[in-house]
Design a protein around this ligand. Sequence first.
Ligand SMILES: Cc1cc2nc3c(=O)[nH]c(=O)nc-3n(C[C@H](O)[C@H](O)[C@H](O)COP(=O)(O)OP(=O)(O)OC[C@H]3O[C@@H](n4cnc5c(N)ncnc54)[C@H](O)[C@@H]3O)c2cc1C
Length: 442
Amino acid sequence: MLEKKANVLDLVGVGIGPSNLSLAALLAPLKQVSSCFFDNKKEFQWHPGMLFSNATIQVSYLKDLVTLVDPTSKYSFLAFLANQKRLYRFATAQFPSVKRREFNQYFQWVSQNLGNLQFDTPIVNIHHDNGRFIVEHPKGVEYANNIVLASGLTVKIPEFVKPYISSTVFHAINYMELKSPIAGKRVAVVGGGQSGAEVIRLILSNKSEIPESITWITSRPNILPIDNTPFVNEYFFPSYSDHFFKLPKEEKARLIKDQNLASDGINVDLLNDIYRELYELELIEGRGKICQFLTNQSFVGFEKNLNGWGLALQDKNTGEMKEVEADVVICATGFEYQPPSYLESLLDRIDVADDNFIFGDDFSVKWDGPKENKIFIQNGARHTRGVSDPNLSLMAWRSAKIINGLLGGEIYDINNESTALDWQNEPEGILAHNGYDHHFDF
Ligand SMILES: Cc1cc2nc3c(=O)[nH]c(=O)nc-3n(C[C@H](O)[C@H](O)[C@H](O)COP(=O)(O)OP(=O)(O)OC[C@H]3O[C@@H](n4cnc5c(N)ncnc54)[C@H](O)[C@@H]3O)c2cc1C
């Protein structure tokens, strides 16, 4: 049960992306919990720099903010469609995948219907004093017994590229904001995952702005599809996440590598679109070869030269070096979890192992403060929960775990969901006896 203190909220959330929006939606019926969530954006926007008109979500629309935990919630995607009077047309349209723009509209609708979200409020510092957290923002402070941090991932971009970030060198996540005209230019796209492929399709489909050439660079041996076949998809099930959580750390690291294409491969429809666009441009329209594919390449250096940008590449198999020149360079080089800067005052109180926070089963991290004051982290546990952690699939379930952890009971019944494979069969005694994900003496 929650201990109530005057002027102290039970929970303050940092960031209102899908993760904390899901948590806020599942908390809404629980009137006994006082909470408030903050985001620095002016309104809800889901990765606006990549909200391309033809981009689709990579999961079923049932993997929305709430449905897999509470199908009766009024904050489901289907409830949104019904509210917007588009349910019949949606059912008839039978989209193979829902557009990301429509999911963004859904998220925005939920955000407008919850009363405890404050936008335009960046959190700048959090410290702990006198049995509560003090959460600071430019308009004042909030006091909280517990905090939930869901401020997103940080872009991964090679250090040697960072000094040159501009309208001609940028990360894919900033495409809509930073992109300069590319007609007739030489464009290099670095990264062979979903983001890189989405950028390539966008470039190829805009017939009024076709570049002189595209070089698509990847460290992978080919342009590879996502594996979302049914048995592999069980990596995105609650019991697999729980199973994974209990494995030894070396096994976790190996599996995360092995399972990369289950989360970071490219949608098959998207691959087909790109292949057909290239066929049309290069062969039917007779423009000749537009796109050069450089596979097995490590991106090892970068410079400005007289003709534009020079990218130094090294073949992963042969070690052979080559240089590619481009006028515009788009890094679709992924994301990683970094402790947020607003956490600096608390960082030396949070336990770390192998550069990662140590997570409990309820997504709270181990720290030296009172056990009634929990620090939950969303979308920061890939190292210990597996490839599903940044994905939408287990978002509602993770929110429910957090709520159960916060209230100390089975508020949401999230156990014993059926699976085809037998993930419950964990090796005996692997989970450290203290309930954390790490064998640690403390
Ligand atoms: C382009 C793109 C498409 C994706 N599509 C899919 C998909 O189809 N299916 C899928 O399963 N996964 C997808 N993902 C992965 C994942 O689902 C999303 O990244 C998702 O947005 C993660 O949600 P989040 O709430 O954890 O983080 P974010 O969405 O990054 O939200 C974090 C929020 O915190 C705010 N914030 C940051 N710092 C502060 C601060 N100091 N104070 C206040 N607010 C702050 C940010 O403004 C932001 O609004 C996609 C990822 C990307 C990048």
